[in-house]
Design a protein around this ligand. Structure first.
Ligand SMILES: *Cc1c(COP(=O)(O)O)cnc(C)c1O
Length: 292
């Protein structure tokens, strides 16, 4: 679904991938689509690693449950607050049967055909399948709306989503009339470029990277991030994710030129993670904001 919205005198569109389904939504649903749709008769277990708050972790727990696979997940450490007060992605992934391994290092890929090894955040080539579908949906919508030229914006973690979207629009012949813009939420522009290169060596397929005016550390709390998140929710009635989207929106709004061409913002889901992020924001800024 695509909605037309306005915010601070800018008009744009939002692709609501947060509404794909309750359990399997956002860009993780796109990235893991390949695993959901295909049969893997030999697989009995998923192995992955990353943070204990990760959206990818939760989505993999849903996938494992649907497929009746085991799910082993490795974290470097587990915050004592989270351990005592399970919430958000952590709580629901455990409910789905995730087995958590704390402080035992990062697991290495094995040749064992009964295990599926997934890189942190789902950075891997099979993500291209689901993201090509997202690209096709966007292309069909663009034609139906008779929009000639379109800018697309989405914040990046591993950059997998932005990269494969951009690639889908740039393969084949003709002049691309869609430009994918992104900004790094983890690391800097050089880090993000490296992530792109790990998946695709041909730079003509790479998205355009916008440099944020302010460096924000991934997962850290910032007053301006919290503010923009509240404003977006209040003025548009849309709840965005609290890890990537505030930094994404703040950076996008610093670049008003991007709105001179019709712009589509990709809502990449991640709302279950907001439960724990909001608790942290409330504790930090001592503000009682309502959360349903
Ligand atoms: C995982 C995630 C991202 C980052 O996606 P990448 O493909 O790693 O760049 C952005 N937003 C949300 C809400 C996510 O869950």
């Amino acid at each position: 679904m695509v909605q037309k919205k306005q915010f601070q005198n800018n008009t744009f569109y939002i692709k609501r991938d947060d509404l794909l389904s309750k359990d399997f939504s956002g860009n993780k649903a796109r990235k893991f689509y390949y695993y959901l749709e295909n049969d893997f008769p030999k697989v009995k277990k998923i192995i992955s690693y990353g943070s204990a708050q990760s959206n990818a972790m939760y989505s993999l727990s849903v996938l494992a449950k649907l497929k009746e696979w085991e799910f082993d997940y490795y974290v470097e450490h587990l915050a004592s607050y989270l351990k005592k007060n399970p919430n958000g992605n952590y709580k629901y992934a455990l409910k789905n049967g995730m087995k958590l391994h704390v402080g035992r290092g990062i697991p290495t890929p094995t040749k064992d055909e009964s295990t599926l090894y997934i890189e942190e955040g789902g950075r891997e080539i099979h993500a291209e399948v689901g993201l090509k579908m997202l690209a096709d949906e966007i292309l069909a919508w663009k034609e139906e709306q008779e929009i000639e030229e379109l800018n697309i914006f989405l914040p990046a973690g591993t950059g997998t989503t932005a990269l494969y979207l951009s690639k889908a629009f740039n393969v084949g012949v003709g002049i691309p009339r869609l430009t994918v813009f992104t900004t790094p939420c983890v690391g800097d522009e050089a880090y993000l470029k490296k992530q792109f290169l790990m998946l695709e060596t041909n730079e003509k397929y790479h998205p355009k990277i916008i440099k944020p005016s302010k460096k924000r550390h991934f997962g850290k709390l910032y007053r301006d991030s919290y503010n923009i998140w509240l404003k977006l929710r209040h003025e548009m009635g849309v709840e965005f994710d609290l890890l990537y989207d505030p930094h994404g929106w703040l950076t996008l709004l610093e670049n008003p030129k991007l709105f001179n061409t019709p712009l589509l913002y990709i809502h990449q889901g991640g709302l279950i993670g907001n439960e724990s992020m909001l608790k942290r924001y409330e504790r930090k800024y001592d503000e009682n904001i309502e959360y349903k």
